[in-house]
Design a protein around this ligand. Structure first.
Ligand SMILES: Nc1nc2c(c(=O)[nH]1)N[C@H]1C(S)=C(S)[C@@H](COP(=O)(O)O)O[C@H]1N2
Ligand SMILES: [Mo]
Length: 310
């Protein structure tokens, strides 16, 4: 990996969560030009120097919601299991193997992968196939930038991802609940799309372990199961890769898994969703096509029948 760039941001630079709203207000008044200059808080300003036009202005869920209601079967099946068990996971050192149809394959230390990469905040809607939803202020960078750095070879058409297998630290892996490792995949154009990020943090902090530390995928227009956590392998391939939930139940979970109010899950409707944290009497909200990101991604699926390619 090219090593001549200086990192924009180190974990030690990241501003405490308590300052999050504060910083956003400061920067909202700053404009794009004078970022960070003379603020007396250069590190904080650097993080906020990169807000994104892709961020929603909907209010993010609380840190508490985002870190206590999780799906991460490596740590158990209940929503509270990841928060209870993921503290056992060691995330340092961490390396990611990048292989297959790439110019510069290798096993890269995470710090090499993020060196010189500008981290951005992306406030995205997040929609689980189980019909609950949140808004999450991720910190991360575009997957496409990483793929460009390692060099995608001409024949590549898909990207496959794998999660760590470490049953000593991941109690859920001691049982064959899923066919470990958890696997996911994207078509190359989906992987290169600027909305697709690798997240290394949220709420301006290092990514909590229950959310997929130290690095996880976020694909905001697809059901949450595509957003694979704690990634240790990224492979460029010429074939559609096997993916965990599709292997588990191909009738219920397709490869594409685009959020779609018109294609129901065989066992429940996808027309509406429940916003976590909205309160008991808030009622359900309408599911948006492509989770509201259609203006950016609908073109990727021109000519495809999304009932067939679900
Ligand atoms: N390795 C791994 N990645 C995973 C999962 C999992 O069980 N294991 N669950 C998926 C599902 S179903 C969802 S909804 C999201 C949940 O992400 P969150 O807990 O950060 O909200 O993670 C996805 N990534
Ligand atoms: Mo999910």
């Amino acid at each position: 990996m090219p090593g001549r760039f200086k990192p924009d941001l180190r974990w030690s630079d990241v501003t405490p969560r308590s300052m999050f709203l504060n910083r956003r207000q400061i920067l909202a008044g700053l404009g794009a030009a004078g970022l960070g200059a003379g603020l007396g808080q250069p590190a904080a300003a650097r993080l906020q120097a990169r807000p994104s036009r892709y961020s929603t202005d909907e209010a993010p869920n609380s840190f508490e919601d985002i870190t206590s209601y999780n799906n991460f079967y490596e740590f158990g099946l209940d929503k509270s299991d990841p928060a209870a068990n993921a503290h056992r996971l060691t995330v340092n050192p961490w390396s990611v193997r990048i292989d297959g149809l790439v110019e510069r394959p290798g096993t890269y230390d995470l710090s090499d992968l993020t060196r010189g990469v500008a981290l951005e905040e992306r406030i995205y809607r997040f929609r689980c196939v189980e019909a609950w939803a949140m808004v999450v202020p991720w910190i991360g960078f575009e997957l496409g930038a990483l793929l460009n750095r390692v060099g995608v070879k001409p024949g590549a058409r898909f990207v496959a991802f794998e999660t760590l297998v470490r049953p000593d630290e991941m109690p859920g892996q001691r049982r064959p609940v899923l066919d470990w490792p958890y696997r996911e995949g994207l078509r190359l154009d989906e992987a290169m799309h600027p909305l697709t990020i690798l997240a290394t943090g949220l709420y301006g902090e290092e990514l909590p372990k229950q959310n997929g530390a130290p690095i996880r995928l976020v694909v905001p227009w697809k059901y949450g199961f595509k957003s694979i956590k704690s990634i240790v392998r990224i492979s460029l391939t010429d074939r559609m890769p096997k993916t965990t939930w599709n292997m588990q139940n191909p009738r219920e979970y397709g490869f594409y898994a685009n959020v779609n109010p018109n294609v129901d899950h065989p066992r429940w409707s996808q027309a509406t969703e429940r916003r976590i944290g909205a309160g008991l009497f808030a009622g359900r909200q309408k599911t948006q096509m492509f989770n509201g990101y259609g203006e950016y991604v609908a073109g990727l699926y021109a000519g495809q029948d999304l009932r067939v390619d679900f």
